[in-house]
Design a protein around this ligand. Structure first.
Ligand code: AMP
Ligand code: MN
Ligand code: MN
Ligand code: MN
Length: 291
């Protein structure tokens, strides 16, 4: 008997619900890549990218699980950079995950995280909260990727704050006692790695950066000059005003528009997988580059 040949076989001609930003236990998410894939499919996501921080270790399992769940899959990563001393995240999509230069760059970024985490531990000890580095390690699920999220989970577990936003607000944000400056990758490193591996670079959650409008323009100018092509418009942490504002900037720069929940785990995220607003219809959705 003939089966309908296009039913739930990636890549989809017109995915109504793509989610190109989320995390697994390979960085600071709470679920294994396979479980994130199944949850995305259950939530009605048509095409999905796993974008762990600075690590590609979950992509093979994610791709297999996405195929089993009948959803499209694009390789992804969220790279930590700094631009004029502002920490910024760049999502890379659709690259060759075996590219050695990309792999080596991410290895170095992760190594820097360990030394930074030890300095965070020392800074918190100095205000009377001892052994936080060691405590955070108990929450780390990938020994080479320690994030502020792991510190936050530990600090909540010992009653320092009620929830993650509370810990960030009082201890882990810039200017707070557990925050330490860190040298991340540069914008040109990150875009060089992504483009060298054949991928597309996307500015992650632009509404989250503490930047003036002028600095955002200068940042987007630099991003565009270096070949950056995409920007997240609909994402878990964007308000409706952010969505409209960054949609205008996407039009101005002729960027592709991306969409992603930034899901980290049940009960712990701004949005669940696939559960973010649709993109304005006139924008070019970034998934088109991968069909
Ligand atoms: P890092 O890459 O180590 O600087 O850690 C950044 C991570 O901390 C983000 O990817 C989120 O997982 C988490 N995070 C940052 N700010 C907040 C916040 N206000 N509430 C909850 N989690 C946050
Ligand atoms: Mn995170
Ligand atoms: Mn981010
Ligand atoms: Mn993220």
């Amino acid at each position: 008997m003939l089966k309908f040949p296009f039913a739930r076989q990636p890549p989809f001609v017109n995915p109504a619900n793509f989610d190109f930003h989320c995390h697994s236990i390979v960085s600071d998410g709470l679920l294994p890549p396979e479980a994130v894939a199944r949850r995305a499919a259950d939530n009605g996501v048509d095409c999905w990218a796993l974008t762990d921080h600075d690590d590609l270790g979950g992509l093979a399992a994610a791709r297999t699980a996405a195929a089993e769940a009948g959803i499209g899959f694009v390789d992804g990563v969220e790279i930590s950079i700094e631009w004029k001393e502002t920490p910024i995240h760049i999502v890379g999509l659709g690259f060759n995950a075996a590219d050695p230069v990309l792999g080596a760059g991410l290895d170095e970024l992760r190594n820097g995280r360990i030394e930074r985490a030890q300095r965070m531990g020392a800074a918190l000890a100095a205000i009377g909260i001892p052994d936080v580095y060691e405590g955070a390690l108990c929450f780390v699920t990938n020994p080479s990727l320690v994030s502020r999220a792991h510190f936050a989970r530990y600090l909540v577990s010992i009653g320092i704050a009620r929830d993650l936003p509370g810990v960030f607000q009082h201890y882990l944000s810039p200017g707070k006692p557990g925050y330490v400056d860190h040298r991340w990758a540069t914008l040109s490193d990150a875009l060089g790695w992504i483009h060298g591996a054949g991928g597309v670079a996307v500015v992650a959650h632009p509404g989250r950066y503490k930047m003036s409008g002028g600095d955002m323009r200068r940042f987007l100018d630099d991003f565009k000059d270096l070949g950056g092509q995409g920007i997240e418009i609909a994402c878990g942490s964007h308000s409706p005003d952010h969505l409209l504002h960054f949609a205008r900037l996407a039009r101005h720069y002729a960027f592709y528009a991306s969409r992603g929940s930034d899901f980290h785990g049940p009960m712990e995220s701004y949005a669940d997988l696939g559960n973010v607003p649709p993109l304005p219809e006139d924008l070019k959705p970034v998934w088109r580059l991968f069909r």
